[in-house]
Write a protein that binds this ligand. Structure first.
Ligand code: ADP
Ligand code: MG
Length: 718
């Protein structure tokens, strides 16, 4: 009986992962150890040990064709190697090389190991700029690839390990054997559904692995890369989408009523009525999205991205009040005490005079109560809050992570807002989800003012729904940013603004992440400015070591215009809102990252007056220069985020959440943006029918295989 569709019995990646490289003929104990040193233990690891680059030998020249002053690639034989020292004691390795058409001298400074690498009789492909040295052709410090006797038009160059004694040609021949053995009989199975492969015109997986290692052309290599990049991104997206669905399936959420209960007051509507402004379109849209989440039974897990000043607080408070309106409580967590205190002041002010229904009182209502809980809250105050939290006398509790410590019990926590997620651990989020005794999980809104590009958000926060406040409230005043090497003009500008009734911030650099050094630099700047150029102005100092009472007093003085200049560390990075402040001076600005500078700059431009930001100091590296120039060029947080991603690469973004392990070997969140989106879409469609990944067991297994057990544990916890 003929079966028209033969069973796909290709080898799975799981099988490849269970086979050791020692199964390969060429791999004995020594090479196995060398491979282990570069993280290759299984055949799967080996096939995933991708070439570092490729030599396209169709571009190879002969020595005779090399032209002084131009770059070129030649295959040469090493004839002689001479190592010596220059008169100044620098190591100098001179290599005489040649091909049939002529001689080429290779010169290496400060690379004494070249003497051991380049041995007489070896073939080497060298790439570099040729020049004329005393009538002979030479290259100084060329790129050298030892390819052994590899032939073929395109030669893969693998990462080598000098210390482990692992050469590109070793890897090349092991990979060759692995490919032969894998592909010869069964080939690789390809669990990515046919429809998906057809849609994107992907080569099949066997071909892709073959072609990434042994491409016939650079175009074929690019096709292979495209396919393998997609596979990597698909695995990540499937893990995230699965985690999201799992959370939705396993936790019991709260259905928040969409309006007032039992004829009570509508605190949400009251709040909006009391605002002195119209909500922006983006705020309304986001509030609707959140309202939708809150009215559904599954717990909300939403990320709210909004640039500095985009009005996230109103959105957050709306969410908290939705819980309060339904008779529950809201919690608002901030990453630092200063911020928690700031939010407390701000929110208490926004909600001042509002009431909630309370049948236990004579009037049938009582004032809406906002409290603050941090590590500095006194024991007595803590006891009062604790008892009122359980009894329901506290409606909104604002604080640091003290909020989620043992012993803080809510009567019924309905909504949690977490500000600046990137400083919050996943565990802390998890702890919050266990706050209600009846087992219900509160709805969670995570806010970040650090915009990250869409595709990066999909990867880093792929388990959350995302809302974006992409519209600034009207009446924002522009901020003029200048990068200045010389402080002098800056202090004059500060004096001018102060003379016009405005205020200024001076931020001191972060030094080596060290809190104490940072504090010292702020103290020094404070001392210098207040005895020097700004001695006739009223200057305050704020940093992490200032006592709470002093800190509050300083902030109060600054807020009420009784200080002209606030010298501070990055404690003011987020949340501080003083509309009359119009100058932001960042000293030694090159020490800060783009996101941080953008945050700092966002402290000004909040009032009716045009603001200025000065980035002071020199750029020690080209990257630093790029950063500073980008800030001068634009105030658009999303554009800056793109620049940041370009400069820093995805490692840093991934690092924020997926510490250590990640499956991105070929894929780059930068170069492969379109594929991130495609992978997300496919992942969603694959699990959309509600059965999770059950219909795609092999894909599901690959997710576990690549993202590992620790990742799974992490998935469950968060
Ligand atoms: P974010 O937290 O996103 O940086 P905030 O919530 O602190 O921004 O808002 C910045 C400022 O803009 C606050 O002073 C706030 O009162 C004001 N604001 C918020 N929404 C609007 C709006 N729709 N129209 C006018 N001003 C607004
Ligand atoms: Mg809900």
């Amino acid at each position: 009986m003929a079966d028209p569709t033969p069973l796909d019995e290709g080898i799975t990646l799981r099988e490849l992962a269970s086979r050791s490289v020692t199964d390969l003929n060429g791999v004995g104990e020594v090479k196995a150890k060398a491979l282990a040193d570069v993280g290759v233990g299984s055949i799967l690891d080996l096939l995933g040990f991708y070439p570092r680059r490729y030599l396209d030998r169709s571009r190879e020249a002969t020595v005779a064709q090399l032209e002084p002053g131009s770059e070129g690639m030649v295959l040469v034989r090493i004839d002689r190697v001479i190592a010596r020292r220059t008169r100044k004691g620098r190591s100098l390795v001179e290599v005489r090389a040649s091909d049939e058409t002529g001689r080429l001298r290779l010169t290496f400074f400060n690379q004494p190991w070249r003497e051991r690498q380049l041995l007489e009789g070896m073939q080497a492909v060298v790439f570099g700029k040729a020049d004329d040295y005393q009538g002979a052709l030479q290259m100084v410090g060329p790129v050298v690839d030892l390819i052994g006797d590899r032939t073929g038009r395109i030669v893969a160059v693998y990462p080598q390990s000098e210390t482990a004694g692992l050469h590109s040609w070793d890897v090349d021949s092991f990979v060759g054997e692995a490919l032969r053995r894998t592909m010869a009989v069964r080939g690789l199975s390809d669990p990515v559904p046919r429809g998906v492969r057809d849609r994107f015109r992907f080569m099949d997986r066997s071909d892709a692995y073959r072609a990434i290692h042994r491409p016939e052309s650079m175009a074929e290599m690019a096709e292979a890369r495209r396919r393998l990049v997609f596979d990597e991104l698909l695995r990540i997206q499937m893990a995230l989408v699965r985690r999201k669905l799992e959370l939705e399936r396993t936790s019991v959420g709260i259905v928040h009523p969409a309006g007032p209960v039992d004829g009570g007051t509508d605190v949400v509507a009251d709040f909006h009525d009391r605002l002195g402004f119209e909500l922006t379109g983006a705020q309304r849209r986001t509030i609707d999205e959140i309202a939708g989440d809150l009215s559904r039974p599954g717990p909300m897990h939403r990320l709210l991205q909004g640039d500095v000043g985009s009005g996230k607080t109103v959105v957050a408070v709306t969410a908290l009040l939705t819980a309060v309106r339904g008779g529950r409580q809201g919690a608002f967590m901030a990453p630092t005490e200063v911020l928690a205190e700031q939010h407390h002041l701000g929110v208490a002010e926004l909600l001042d005079g509002m009431t909630v229904p309370d049948s236990a009182t004579l009037l049938g209502h009582r004032p809406l109560k906002v409290d603050l809980l941090t590590n500095r809250t006194t024991a007595a105050e803590r006891r009062r809050i604790a008892s009122q939290l359980v009894a329901g006398g506290v409606d909104v509790l604002i604080g640091t992570h003290a909020l989620i410590q043992e012993g803080v019990e809510f009567g019924s926590l309905g909504v949690v807002v977490i500000d600046e997620q990137h400083r919050f651990g996943v565990e802390q989020r998890a702890a919050l989800r266990e706050k209600n005794r009846d087992g219900t999980a509160p709805d969670v809104l995570v806010m970040t003012a650090t915009p990250i590009p869409r595709t990066a958000a999909m990867t880093v926060y792929g388990d959350l729904d995302v809302s974006v406040l992409d519209e600034m409230p009207p009446g924002r005043t522009p901020i003029n940013t200048a990068w200045v090497a010389d402080e002098k003009e800056v202090w004059q500008a500060v004096r001018d603004e102060v003379a016009a009734g405005r205020q200024a911030y001076v931020v001191c650099p972060l030094i080596d992440e060290s809190d104490s050094l940072q504090v010292r630099s702020a103290e020094e700047a404070f001392a210098e400015l207040s005895t020097g150029v700004l001695s006739d102005l009223r200057i305050g100092l704020l940093h992490g070591r200032v006592g709470r009472a002093d800190k509050e007093e300083t902030m109060r003085l600054f807020r009420f215009g009784e200080l002209d200049v606030l010298v501070a560390t990055t404690v003011i990075e987020v949340g501080v809102d003083v509309p009359n402040a119009t100058v932001m001076v960042v000293l030694d600005a090159a020490r800060f990252g783009i996101a941080q500078l953008h945050q700092l700059r966002g402290r000004v431009g909040r009032g009716a007056h045009i603001s200025r930001c000065f980035l002071v100091g020199e750029a020690p590296t080209p990257d630093a220069e790029e950063r500073l120039k980008a800030l001068v060029r634009t105030t658009d947080g999303f554009e800056l985020a793109e620049v940041d991603l370009d400069l820093r690469g995805e490692g840093t973004i991934m690092g924020e959440r997926q510490k250590g392990r990640n499956d991105l070997r070929l894929a780059s969140l930068r170069r492969d943006r379109e594929w991130v989106e495609a992978a997300r879409e496919v992942a969603l469609s694959l699990v959309a029918d509600g059965s999770g990944l059950e219909a795609h067991p092999e894909l599901a297994d690959e997710v576990d295989l690549f993202l590992g057990a620790d990742e799974s544990a992490f998935l469950l916890k968060s």
